[in-house]
Design a protein around this ligand. Sequence first.
Ligand SMILES: Nc1ncnc2c1ncn2[C@@H]1O[C@H](COP(=O)(O)OP(=O)(O)O)[C@@H](O)[C@H]1O
Ligand SMILES: [Mg+2]
Length: 265
Amino acid sequence: MHFINTVTATHYIHSMPNSSTYALLVICDDGKEYVFKHAGSQEAGGTNILIAEYLSYLVAQRFNLPIPEYSLIKIGKKFLKTIEDENIYTMLKNSPELCIGSVYIHGTLPFLDAFKIKSRDYKLLLKTIFGFDQYLYNEDRFPENPNLLFIPQKMELIVIDHSLAIWPLLDYEDTLDAPARARREHILYPYVKGSMSYVSGLIKEVYDVTIKYFIDTIPKEWLNEDLNKDFLTEFFKVRRDNINTILKGVKKCKKPTSNTNLSLF
Ligand SMILES: Nc1ncnc2c1ncn2[C@@H]1O[C@H](COP(=O)(O)OP(=O)(O)O)[C@@H](O)[C@H]1O
Ligand SMILES: [Mg+2]
């Protein structure tokens, strides 16, 4: 049992520009276009990025954050035949058959346009996204690459791209209660004013009700020696227990270790 649907990719459209995870735009057998994340590049994180996207999506939904619909996506044989680029073909052959992706939303605008949103809850939303990122140890939302999209027709802001949540903590050899890195450079840092009790309340609620089930349903071919169920269970527990200090960024992050080479797009 998974918390999300499974579809099969049928056609390759193109690779996403500037994607550090080699994301692809594809069509699936439900007729929808997806931004498809695979695990064919070890240097981009391998299956760790799939686990990161899966768990972040489920948590984001429970936080009521606006996020595109995600599906688990199988690499079909027919799909592989539609790929002419040799590098992409090789990467997909090196990936587990089951991957993940988000439904592609056409006509989005950059984050700055979202300031047209005048609703009362907008600032609370920005603060909640910041808290969500801290909880998941996701630093990948910078002004030059916000991973936030604005849908003008709906006057809605959406969050995307959680490939670098959770597992970079292992690469940086940070402790489980470390705040996400580059806190002050996070695009939403300027909105973190006043009480964060709404976010910490959400985090405690979601942990108690669901995290165990989310972890239990991770496709087992994605789990590995480093990112396994025990580690993930402990990660979420320690972060829940220390959420107030994590949100305040009290504890200092360690300096990057020499073998750390994470590109942030
Ligand atoms: N669901 C989506 N709808 C529309 N555009 C998207 C969607 N997901 C990703 N994108 C676009 O594709 C780019 C690359 O996807 P992203 O998930 O950010 O990959 P990466 O991990 O390589 O940065 C994004 O910066 C954004 O412009
Ligand atoms: Mg991105």
